[in-house]
Design a binder for this molecule. Sequence first.
Ligand SMILES: [Zn+2]
Length: 496
Amino acid sequence: MTQAARSFVPTLFAALLLISPVSLSAQNPPQQPQSVPSFMAPPQASQAAQRNFPPLLLQQLSAIKAAALNDDYAYRQLAHLTENIGPRATGSPQANAAAEYVAAELRKLGLEVRLQQITVPHWVRGAEAATLVEYPAMVQGTTQKIVLTALGSSTSTPAEGLTADLVTVDTFDELQALGRDKVAGKIVLFNEIFDKQKAAAGLAFAAYGEAVRYRAAGPKSAADLGAVAALVRSVGSADYRLPHTGFSFPAAIPAAAVAAEDADLIAHLSSQGKVRMHLTLTPQKLPDETSYNVIADLKGSEHPEQIVVVSGHLDSWDLGTGAIDDGAGVVMAMETAEVLQRLHLRPARTLRVIAWMDEETGGSGAKAYTTEYSPDFPHHIAAIESDAGAAHPLGFDVKALPAAVDALRPVQSVLQSIGATVLQPTTYPPGADISAMSDAGVPAFGVMQDGRTYFHYHHTAADTLDKVIPADLRENAAVMAVLAYALTNMKDPLPR
Ligand SMILES: [Zn+2]
């Protein structure tokens, strides 16, 4: 993220950081190692680590890993969430049905389950269509369709649509240079290109962060200069003419993401002369709804007051069925509890499974949890969230003291056979829903997946069950369960 962009929209970014884990990652992209850093050191347990992980605990961790790798519980739960329940947009009946379903399943496992009531926004998609109606050398009678989808918080055009000239910019600075004279009354397209090479090289979240600022803050900056609508090039790493929706700060104008191919088309034609668009978007903001976080405890046998959180978010965007974002994270957390119960392993500290609501449109679930439970954060020993898909896990992003990372060397050894030994220190909370806990000093972990294909499908109609490879999901369930049980049962809690 450039300083220019940050100073341009500082308050918007402050808010974005609260709700978007991916922008968090991007704000602080992983540093290229200058020398071999500690997280790449071969797993090697210090004496303190060995005291913390007696042989019996290490055997149990291996048993948990083996059980999770040989079980399809998480996948079956994900199939139910995505195929039987379907898209789980915040405020929708499906989102609440999913909360009820997860609560019932966790009760079946013997957990103490609570539905924490929250108030959530309810935005629903309407008609969405666009065509270019004038451009250089247009052949009479041509319809140049533009593939797009409304961004969350987009307002509506008139039912019959609106027609306006297009202005294409690559950056916020370009928009400012145009000024109100050249922007007022127009439709602005932000054509920031997602850096696919960066994503393919393993820096997908850094690439996302660079592009997503235009989705988040572009419509508002265009509206501030009098634009009648705003478009952003889809933030995604594959070109199948799929638009990628997502959160955008309320701008009080219609706002949409266009497929990358159509952003190119508009940019090319605009470089030749005047381009006009007819745009119809009719989403609606409905009254706020009641919804729920699912909070389920497997009580600790020795320190029931000490809590280790495992979590993912239950809400999804409406276009797909939310398999990779983030049904997968929820079912990994469910399987952590399921494996412990199946193996009759009682955690010494309390394992708390949380299925968060409303990560995608404002984080009201995480805020409600923080409001109610922050006095208890000193007893929250650690928090884990998975919200970066379900591809092969590499390990964890960790926001904790170096001594805490060091204390987990024995866990790296257990996870070595999966290839999930990375404990990557971060300077930012490694999960949107656990960010308040992390900021309060709770050691925080984000499951780190291979992100090379995540943004092919993220926030599109193609975020569906088939994108999750069962063997990869089993590995993810295993790494979350192993770390969680290590955290509930290691002798001393992690230093903080
Ligand atoms: Zn997510």
